[in-house]
Write a protein that binds this ligand. Structure first.
Ligand code: E4P
Length: 272
């Protein structure tokens, strides 16, 4: 499974890449806004900032950049501009298109039509804000290179249905079996990870080549469950990556090893 980092924070990107475990980057308008606020003083322009991210990522790591328009024509135009403006830097731009950008007066299928057009133009697309297998299927049919099902946000939605408030540290059991799934979700989805497994099965059944990026990941245990499902990619926030390396017994073991070496045989061991 590939690991992407879900951030637009340049320092987080640099650090995670230096660990040698990052295969790509995903951004979204919220993440870009956060980064722009954090680095307000050192960013000369948004364009330069994005160029820097693409350069740091390099040729082998795709970087998803999301459009902010909400109708087909404008999304295609914006995606084409993004691609033409930035892809020459490291040939790693993937355009993110929302599965359904309709905010009320538009067309629910504008995203899908945009994906189809961009596919014909040879521009790779990551379809975002996917919350059901049905949406994932439509994205794959339209020719998406990647589809991003939002595991954490589906869990948030299910929590609201059962009257729970979302807390970052809460873990929503992925089998969800203690709840009546019909009460939770009319689609019969019992958790974000459950949604992923259905999408994976559908893509395998019908041989879609669209790659699944497990997105909206909230904790290390969820990463493990995504691995068990067998997704192609998980896009993981920096704080979750940092949590994945930790265990209290590892820390305790290290303290003991270091202490024992110090106290018992450092002299003999290193000096022969
Ligand atoms: C996906 O590419 C999105 O950037 C992301 O995973 C959103 O996650 P969130 O629900 O934590 O905002």
């Amino acid at each position: 499974m590939k690991i992407f980092i879900d951030t637009a924070d340049i320092e987080e990107i640099k650090t995670a890449i230096s660990w040698g475990i990052v295969d790509g980057i995903t951004t979204n308008p919220t993440l870009i806004k956060k980064a722009l606020q954090k680095y307000r003083d050192r960013i000369s322009s948004m364009e330069d900032y994005i160029k820097e991210i693409l350069r740091i990522a390099g040729r082998l790591r795709p970087v998803s950049l999301e459009v902010i328009s909400t109708d087909r024509e404008k999304m295609v135009k914006e995606a084409t501009i993004l691609y033409e403006k930035f892809n020459y830097i490291a040939n790693n731009v993937v355009v993110k298109i929302p599965i359904n950008p309709n905010l009320g007066e538009g067309n629910d299928f504008d995203g899908i039509m945009a994906v189809r057009e961009l596919k014909s133009a040879g521009i790779p697309v990551n379809v975002t804000l996917v919350m059901t297998p049905e949406q994932a299927l439509l994205a794959a049919k339209a020719g998406a290179e990647y589809v991003s099902p939002f595991v954490g946000r589906v869990d948030d939605f299910l929590r609201t249905k059962v009257g729970m408030e979302f807390k970052k540290e809460d873990y929503f059991p992925s089998d969800g079996m203690e709840y009546d799934d019909e009460v939770i979700n009319d689609n019969g989805i019992v958790s974000g990870v459950h949604m992923l497994s259905i999408i994976k099965e559908i893509f395998e059944n019908y041989r879609f080549s669209t790659k699944i990026i497990a997105a909206s990941v909230r904790n290390a245990r969820q990463v493990r469950e995504i691995l068990e499902v067998g997704c192609d990619i998980a896009t993981i926030p920096f704080y979750v990556l940092k949590d994945m390396i930790k265990h209290v017994k590892t820390e305790e073991g290290m303290i003991n090893f270091v202490r024992d070496v110090e106290n018992e045989y450092k002299e003999i061991f290193w000096k022969g």
